[in-house]
Design a protein around this ligand. Structure first.
Ligand SMILES: Cc1ncc(COP(=O)(O)O)c(C=O)c1O
Length: 399
């Protein structure tokens, strides 16, 4: 052998994280990814603004974009955050990223060392969880209820670490239509969490990737970065779920005090400048109408999934009824194993997310996440009927 890549491999390679192989399978019923709703995409409008932008500003692409990303889009984000999320932030404190994931990676790279403790939701979107794990973080999952993270438990966990001579680096929470449970952190809880964050000097990293996806129910509470006065909250969001996961466009917002390490790592890998300009051009004139179409489409899909669960799953199972986002969290009877059953579902053309992928300790075997953004309402009904049959045959529905 001329080249020994095994020997050349970086010593600092992050740990490989064990995930169920079935998640990578190509199947018809994809209930395992929060893809952009393809039925709400508006391709003619997107094609038109892409052409307009290229003809008008195409020569800008000859140069590299600003390190924090396109100014026009950052101004649009600042305006949206003020109008929709109650947060007044400067364009200088916003950076564009490769999706919400890219922004999360920037904060992880800037702030997390091997062995650091991070406090996070009881269950946490596996993409973020895996980023923290790959950086060597030790995860403390903090208990949640129907209102989100329970502040008393968060404080207990911080005190427990302090009694061991350490402290968490940050509190990471998906605060709007939480992934995977669909819960939104209440306004009261937000206030309490900010108080705790201040008391112990542990900042909050809030992920609002689903803030544009309210279907019904109460208005969303203000974002924590808007409520905080002391530079204790960092914020993540994205345009991916709305406009196309393939566009890879998101953003991070940070308090000025948090800037130095972000400057050092240059805000991560910058997203495509063309995508930034096109998304800005499209959303500045179409966002309200587009979001309302997405909402209608997702409502039909969510309702089809809830109705099918009611029809095909027995009373021994329970599930969330989210007011927004793209997912339903399902509890099966104790003793069932959704990780092992995934292969059987995949053989029948259905994918879902087993509960343990949302926990660093791989607990939650009797739980699963179902996403409803990808398939049509009719396909959702077919897929849930098949999944129920798979679980029935696994003996999951035996009393
Ligand atoms: C809470 C959350 N954060 C981040 C991501 C990653 O999204 P993006 O494609 O914007 O990087 C997802 C995708 O499912 C998500 O649900």
């Amino acid at each position: 052998m001329i080249y020994n890549y095994e020997q050349l491999t970086a010593k600092s390679l992050p740990p490989d994280i064990n995930m169920p192989l079935g998640l990578a399978a190509d199947v018809k019923y994809v209930f395992s990814v929060t893809y952009t709703d393809p039925d709400a995409m508006e391709l003619d409008g997107l094609a038109k603004v892409t052409s307009d932008v290229v003809l008008r500003e195409g020569k800008n692409l000859a140069a590299y974009p600003p390190v924090q990303g396109d100014l026009g889009l950052r101004e649009f984000i600042a305006q949206e955050l003020e109008n929709k999320r109650g947060a007044k932030v400067s364009v200088d404190n916003i950076f564009l990223s490769s999706g919400a994931g890219g922004a999360c990676q920037v904060f992880v790279d800037a702030y997390i060392d091997d062995g650091d403790y991070v406090l996070m939701d009881q269950f946490c979107y596996h993409g973020s969880l895996n980023m923290f794990l790959k950086k060597g973080a030790q995860i403390i999952h903090s208990e949640m209820d129907d209102f989100g993270l329970i502040p008393e438990k968060v404080e207990e966990n911080i005190q427990m670490l302090i009694s061991q001579g350490t402290k968490p680096k940050m509190i990471y929470t998906i605060s709007v239509f939480h992934n995977p449970t669909g819960i939104t952190l209440s306004y009261e809880r937000r206030k309490q969490l900010i108080e705790i964050s201040k008391k112990y000097g542990v900042p909050i990293l809030e992920n609002e990737s689903y803030a544009d996806f309210r279907i019904d129910g109460p208005d969303l509470p203000q974002s924590m970065i808007g409520m905080d006065q002391d530079g204790g909250v960092m914020h993540i969001s994205a345009f991916t779920k709305l406009m196309g996961c393939g566009l890879r466009l998101g953003f991070g917002v940070f308090p000025e005090q948090a800037r130095p390490p972000l400057d050092v790592i240059k805000y991560g890998v910058s997203p495509s400048h063309l995508t930034s300009m096109v998304v800005h051009e499209y959303l500045k004139s179409h966002k309200t109408e587009y979001v309302s179409n997405v909402e209608k489409s997702l409502q039909a899909k969510r309702d089809a999934m809830l109705q099918s669960l009611g029809e095909y799953f027995p009373p021994s199972c329970t599930w969330s009824e989210p007011n927004g986002g793209m997912m339903i969290w399902v509890n099966l009877p104790e003793g069932t194993d959704t990780w092992n059953a995934l292969d059987r579902a995949v053989e029948r053309g259905v994918k879902y997310n087993p509960g343990p992928i949302f926990r660093s300790d791989r607990e939650g075997r009797n739980q699963l996440r179902l996403t409803f953004s990808h398939n049509s309402p009719e396909e959702i009904k077919e897929g849930i009927a098949i999944l129920a049959d798979v679980f029935e045959k696994e003996g999951f529905f035996n009393e």
